[in-house]
Design a protein around this ligand. Structure first.
Ligand SMILES: CC[C@@H](C(=O)O)C(=O)SCCNC(=O)CCNC(=O)[C@H](O)C(C)(C)COP(=O)(O)OP(=O)(O)OC[C@H]1O[C@@H](n2cnc3c(N)ncnc32)[C@H](O)[C@@H]1OP(=O)(O)O
Length: 253
């Protein structure tokens, strides 16, 4: 199974990508799992959704290049990008708090998954980055638009345009990461959530609605759609296909 979903104390749903051998890359099974988790997270007694990756080698390494390299044209790429952008928008607008528990690196689409969550907790020493620019594409799941909406634009643009991996410590200083931890990630996550989840669910939902209304007024959904279309156009470039070919060759030697 590419994922697991379980209820944990104090009252949250835990979604884990179970593909550590692929550094928790997102394939269609993981997308299906995320959709199921989003549905389950709407059950009345769930107060938060936590997303993590199995093991310590990665939170999420983004889109599974060993699957998505089969997508050549913009017409091939668009449905995959659009499907995942819809999932990330549902995650973004889930009416309860959401947490990216970054037990390891978050790369490319892994960072898009993280930024769609309300809070990001990261293990000290891990790296994260929107590296898509180095692959001759942009963020294609809506993560660029979400980043720009949530953080000051010059900071967001620097991350996107440099397309580098950054340390968790730098990302903590800049506010992208909300909490750094050592040791057991689930224990740390439980501690982080304890105060928040001791409050009534309706209070949490009311605050989240304030955030969601702001995004709706800012036309974020439409901006994400534009981002997806632009990425699909870049996807069919020779430069992108060459990057993916090289990645697959290097990692299957
Ligand atoms: C498609 C959507 C797009 C978006 O819209 O955002 C993207 O997400 S593009 C994908 C961006 N992601 C990457 O480029 C990440 C590539 N991976 C890495 O940089 C590293 O793997 C890592 C995450 C930093 C971990 O490094 P390390 O611990 O040294 O592991 P390896 O590199 O040796 O990988 C082990 C194993 O996992 C496979 N792997 C890793 N990432 C992916 C991936 N994204 N897709 C498919 N497979 C991946 C890698 O090929 C190795 O496999 P084997 O060689 O078979 O062992």
């Amino acid at each position: 199974m590419a994922f697991s979903i379980e209820r944990r104390d104090p009252g949250y749903l835990l979604f884990t990508i179970e593909r550590s051998e692929k550094r928790n890359a997102i394939n269609y099974d993981v997308m299906e799992g995320l959709s199921q988790a989003l549905e389950k997270a709407s059950e009345p007694e769930i107060k938060a959704l936590v997303i993590t990756g199995s093991g310590e080698s990665a939170f999420c390494s983004g889109g599974d290049l060993s699957v998505f390299h089969l997508l050549h044209t913009k017409e091939d790429a668009y449905p995959m990008l659009s499907k995942m952008s819809n999932i990330l928008y549902s995650l973004l607008t889930l009416p309860i708090p959401t947490i990216a528990l970054m037990n390891g690196p978050a790369v490319g689409g892994g960072c898009e998954l993280a930024v769609a969550c309300d809070f990001r907790l990261a293990r000290k020493g891990v790296k994260a980055g929107f590296v898509q620019g180095k692959q001759a594409i942009t963020t294609g799941w809506g993560g660029g638009s979400i980043l720009v909406e949530k953080f000051p634009s010059p900071f967001a643009m620097k991350l996107l345009m440099e397309a580098d991996l950054e340390t968790a410590e730098y990302l903590f200083k800049t506010g992208f990461i909300n909490h750094l931890f050592d040791g057991d990630s689930l224990q740390q996550c439980g501690d982080y959530l304890e105060k928040m989840l001791s409050n009534d669910l309706e209070v949490l939902k009311s605050y989240k609605r304030i955030w969601i209304n702001k995004w709706k007024q800012a036309g974020l959904r439409e901006r994400i759609e534009e981002e997806v279309k632009n990425c699909a156009i870049l996807w069919e470039s020779d430069a992108h296909h060459q990057y993916v070919k090289n990645f697959i060759k290097k990692n299957t030697r």
